[in-house]
Design a binder for this molecule. Structure first.
Ligand SMILES: *[C@@H]1O[C@H](CO)[C@@H](O)[C@H](O)[C@H]1NC(C)=O
Length: 251
């Protein structure tokens, strides 16, 4: 009973914050309420409330642009011109969050969302998807683990955030398309994504075929503990940052 009250209070606070921060359309708010409402063990994230106690400040959803991940010719798996999930990481404003520890990943933990994960969180380089999920859980997912936020919840949350974050469409709406060899201003790509999702962190790698020019490889989107979109802090991994002009290649 007390737990239920605490939960409702958290949900209420989140809704208030969502309202204040981004003034989302009402129906999207209703979706959020629905999402946070307890349903059954496997299909709700009502236990995000427990996240208040965990020492991190925001969620980082890391998306990878498949052709860039694979451009050095290292992928053993088929890939296409789309973003897929690379990870969901805990972020902190004040410290580096390293490797966490917790429960061991078993394939059974994600049986109920296997199809969705195979599609949107595939392994590209190695041949086993579960090996990649296991690594993601061990390195990053464990940072979020609570008695009520388990492996299945972690992967569902990542999918949920991913499905609400069509970065490719946001870019397309700005007239930005993946075109082989074409250089874009990083600031244009940033602006297009920022308008829909808050300021992203962009990461680049080098494309061998195009004379080692930098190309868009990853887009990081940030969310607060209420899952409202926030600007990603700018100190985020400058080492992997992008120069002012970058490629966005396709397959
Ligand atoms: C993973 O699945 C196993 C087997 O169903 C279960 O016993 C365990 O509690 C699950 N672990 C987590 C952290 O979700």
């Amino acid at each position: 009973m007390l737990m239920a009250k605490k939960k409702s209070l958290f949900i209420l606070l989140c809704i208030l914050m969502l309202n204040l921060l981004i003034g989302d359309a009402l129906n999207e708010l209703e979706e959020d309420i629905d999402f946070l409402e307890p349903k059954n063990d496997h299909h709700s994230f009502n236990d995000l409330e427990g996240m208040k106690e965990i020492p991190f400040d925001y969620y980082q959803l890391v998306l990878q642009w498949q052709p860039a991940t694979c451009s050095p010719g290292i992928c053993l798996r088929p890939f296409s011109s789309r973003f897929s999930i690379n990870g969901l990481w805990a972020g902190s404003y004040s410290r580096l969050i390293g490797r966490c520890t917790g429960s061991r990943f078993l394939e059974q933990n994600v049986t109920s969302i296997r199809k969705e994960l195979d599609k949107d969180w595939p392994s590209l380089i190695i041949s086993s998807n579960p090996a990649v999920w296991s690594e993601a859980w061990n390195l990053h997912g464990t940072c979020f683990e609570t008695p009520t936020f388990q492996i299945n919840d972690y992967f569902r949350l990542a999918l949920y955030l991913f499905w609400r974050s069509d970065v490719q469409k946001a870019l397309q709406d700005f007239g930005i398309e993946p075109i082989n060899g074409k250089q874009y201003e990083k600031s244009d790509i940033e602006a297009a994504i920022t308008e829909k999702f808050g300021k992203p962190a962009l990461r680049c790698n080098l494309n061998v075929k195009y004379f080692f020019q930098s190309q868009l490889a990853q887009v990081v989107l940030c969310f607060n503990k209420c899952l409202a979109r926030i600007d990603c802090p700018s100190q985020y991994s400058p080492a992997l940052g992008c120069p002012t002009k970058i490629l966005w290649i396709k397959t």
